[in-house]
Design a protein around this ligand. Structure first.
Ligand code: SF4
Length: 458
């Protein structure tokens, strides 16, 4: 989007008024693939009957089916894979239809034009791309290529620019964040990066997602514990607890080792919130394996948990494994595991009732614009619970999105909290609410659909 906006294209979230449609796709698991195909077909209708003149398909689906997309949906004019992001302009202007498949190698940097589609106060930074782990259920290495880190200074500069533009929270992402810097010859690269980002003024929290358990070093934990700006939060997908299943997943380890690691994390980072995710119904997961996982979840007492039903993607290593589990059992196991966690989560949140906590205001709720939302340090954007605010005014002043406030928590639920703002902390000058930067004049522009609310980052 940044590359196109720099060339003078106007971005629009409305497909019906766009002249060029770009569908950015996912193909990680079957449901994501289906959603992507549905979106392509829906956009093809706009090209047949609406204003659209070109339809482009980008992203992970292209890495799997580049030729097939063009063959099977004749309305598609060009496909752009994950390693070809910088060729989007040629695709839009008609100079590119399809490139030969190659291992993706693209990596953006701080000078790559970028349009931030999240609210101004909370931005994501991708610090690395690709993955070298052999997890048998996962085709991300095929879709995203080999692991490669962005330059240290490039990430820091991007964080500084985002903070100067009003970001209060930065979330570092990548398929394998805890390996950050290994390919650059850095030891404990993520810890070093976090320590540097912890010095960026105007940021309230810096967090990272997707820690790989055996890459969590003591240095990383000590760094998280030492810097107030580093969110006391860790997301560490464990995928399972049974030795048997983890071995078939080619992830090694087992529940007891994970419990020890969790103990070490809690001892190193007092007050840390922990999130994990599991896959249930992996081929060969016996009832005993599942019971072991349930026992693990009870013992681990984590703050947040996601459970994914195993998806049998045809070019993943696990596709060839025998002892597949039927869909009904998989869903039952998912529901069973979620029910265990729901009780844990409810208990944990209940302990917050009556307390006053620091929170970042998100703005009006998507579910109900009359209610506002905020998050605590232990709540990552989009994936964890949130606080619904019944009152955002204090002394005649109303909180705005991106404000740091104190919230008195009045009610608690299984995953969310309800509270009211009791104090708005002073805003730095760069944080004063201001108008969103306007787009260039419309008459010089072609319009492009993105499906997302947009804001140009200067
Ligand atoms: S570490 Fe994550 S991205 Fe890499 S192969 Fe395993 S599940 Fe996939």
């Amino acid at each position: 989007m940044g590359i196109l906006a720099r060339e003078g294209y106007e971005l629009t979230p409305r497909a019906d008024e766009a002249e060029v449609l770009v569908v950015n796709t996912c193909s990680f698991i079957e449901p994501a693939q289906k959603e992507s195909v549905d979106a392509i077909l829906e956009m093809a209708e706009h090209k047949k009957f609406g204003a659209a003149k070109r339809l482009i398909v980008a992203g992970c689906l292209v890495e799997r089916f580049r030729e097939q997309i063009l063959e099977q949906v004749p309305e598609v004019d060009a496909v752009v894979g994950t390693g070809e992001v910088e060729r989007i302009l040629e695709a839009v202007q008609g100079g590119l239809r399809v490139l030969p498949a190659e291992p993706p190698a693209f990596l953006y940097h701080d000078l790559t034009p970028r349009i931030i589609t999240t609210p101004r106060h909370a931005a994501y930074i991708k610090i690395a791309e690709g993955c070298d782990h052999p997890c048998t259920f996962c085709i991300i290495p095929q879709l995203r290529g080999k692991f490669r880190s962005r330059r240290f200074e490039s990430v820091v500069r991007e964080a500084e620019n985002l903070a100067a533009g009003g970001a209060r929270e930065i979330t570092l992402i990548g398929q394998d964040t805890t390996s950050y810097g290994e390919d650059l010859g850095l030891r404990d690269g993520l810890a070093q990066l976090l320590a540097k980002l912890a010095k960026v003024e105007d940021l309230l929290w810096v967090r990272f997602l997707y820690a790989y358990p055996n890459r969590v070093t003591q240095k990383l934990l000590d760094t998280l514990g030492a810097h107030p700006r580093l969110a006391k939060y860790m997301d560490m997908p464990l995928q399972h607890a049974s030795r048997n299943v983890l071995a078939r997943m080619k992830r090694g380890s087992h529940g007891d080792a994970f419990l020890k690691l969790l103990e070490r994390i809690r001892a190193s980072i007092p007050g840390v919130s922990l999130r994990t995710s599991f896959i249930v119904g992996f081929p060969g997961e016996t009832e005993a394996d599942f019971v072991e996982l349930c026992d693990f979840v009870r013992a681990a007492n984590l703050d947040w948990m996601g459970v994914f039903e195993y998806s049998d993607v045809d070019n993943a290593g696990s596709h060839a494994l025998d002892e597949k589990i039927d869909a009904e059992t998989i869903t039952e196991r998912r529901n069973g595991l979620m029910a265990i966690q729901k009780k844990i989560s409810r208990e944990k949140l209940r302990a917050l009732k009556g307390r006053t906590e620091l929170a970042l205001v998100e703005g009006p709720s998507k579910d109900n614009p009359l209610v506002w939302e905020a998050r605590l340090e232990g709540m990552a954007p989009d994936i964890d619970g949130k606080i619904y605010l019944t009152d955002i005014e204090i002394g005649g002043e109303a909180a705005v999105a991106g404000d740091v406030v104190r919230v008195e928590i009045s009610r608690t639920d299984a995953y969310d909290l309800i509270g009211r703002v009791v104090e708005i902390l002073p805003r730095a000058v760069s944080r004063e609410p201001r108008a969103i930067q306007s787009m260039p004049p419309a008459e010089t522009l072609t319009r492009i659909a993105t499906g997302a609310p947009l804001r140009v980052l200067s």
